[in-house]
Design a protein around this ligand. Structure first.
Ligand code: FES
Length: 279
């Protein structure tokens, strides 16, 4: 069991969760943890946002049953955490770096953005959210950036636009970056990658995959990189986006969609019953 030090609701769709764990000192930029709310919950990967000596903080955006369980039911303890997991981000001096996040992707990009800034990179940040309920941590993102730009796809906050539009706007107004880093959506990273390739801009992306054990045994998280099978849980989550087979990654991501929707509906009914009983 892991002690929850702080739980803060950011929007109806997201919470921040700070957890005590001595392994925090081992965490490197860009890594993640496998988190299981309680015994029956599905373990899910969560990227680190802030890391201190003996605690770390996650942004939890509600998307399915497992994240809803954390957002609604976790108060004092987390059942299980495997950490740190994955390969760290290749932190070095690239020059002018554009971080472009979709929804929850803002958290891992703030985490690596801080490390990249320490290496004297010039950081620009573009956050694209589906709607205003998925706009998070704008102050933290602004603090590490020369410029922070906010877009929502429905125009409810900031400028209206999707990732491709936002990227075009950025390049028109701030010039070409030396590196683009994206996180939060395979679909958006694919779109960004087409744009980056046309303009010859290096692009590193976080690939989202089904991570079940995070130790290379179940093979559920396979992705294709330059035609070779790689494991997102240990080789990733960061890959050279120009080498990733994005169609394959997107297809695999959608594989359990139906089951996930059913699980979410069942849990929502359970949650209503728990709330009606005054939990
Ligand atoms: S999550 Fe099982 S091998 Fe990667």
């Amino acid at each position: 069991m892991y002690k929850v030090l702080r739980k803060e609701r950011l929007t109806p769709k997201a919470v921040l969760l700070e957890v005590q764990d001595e392994r925090a000192k081992l965490v490197k930029p860009g890594q993640y943890a496998l988190v299981q709310a309680n015994e029956e919950s599905e373990p899910i990967p969560l990227s680190f946002l802030d890391v201190k000596e003996s605690s770390y903080t996650f942004l939890v955006e509600v998307g399915g049953r497992a994240t809803l369980e954390i957002a609604e039911l976790v108060e004092e303890k987390i059942q299980f955490i495997e950490a740190p997991c994955g390969s760290p981000f290749p932190v070095k001096n690239y020059g002018k770096v554009l971080l472009i996040s979709k929804n929850w992707g803002v958290a891992p990009l703030i985490n690596i953005g801080r490390a990249l800034k320490e290496e004297s990179n010039e950081i620009y940040f573009v956050h694209v959210a589906e709607d205003e309920e998925r706009v998070f941590l704008t102050k933290e993102a602004s603090e590490i950036s020369e410029e922070f730009l906010l877009f929502t796809e429905d125009g409810s906050l900031g400028e209206e636009g999707n990732s491709e539009w936002a990227l075009g706007y950025f390049i028109e107004n701030f010039g070409k970056p030396d590196l683009i880093v994206s996180a939060g959506s395979n679909l958006d990273s694919q779109m960004i990658n087409r744009f980056a390739e046309e303009r010859n801009i290096p692009h590193i992306a976080m690939v989202n995959a089904h991570i079940l054990d995070a130790n290379g045994l179940c093979l559920a998280c396979r992705v294709l990189v330059e035609g070779q099978e790689k494991l997102a849980c240990i080789d990733g989550p960061w890959f050279d986006a120009s080498k990733v087979d994005w169609d394959y990654a997107i297809q695999k991501e959608a594989f359990y969609k139906e089951e996930e929707e059913k699980a979410l509906k069942t849990f929502l009914r359970e949650l209503q019953r728990l709330k009606a009983r005054g939990r």
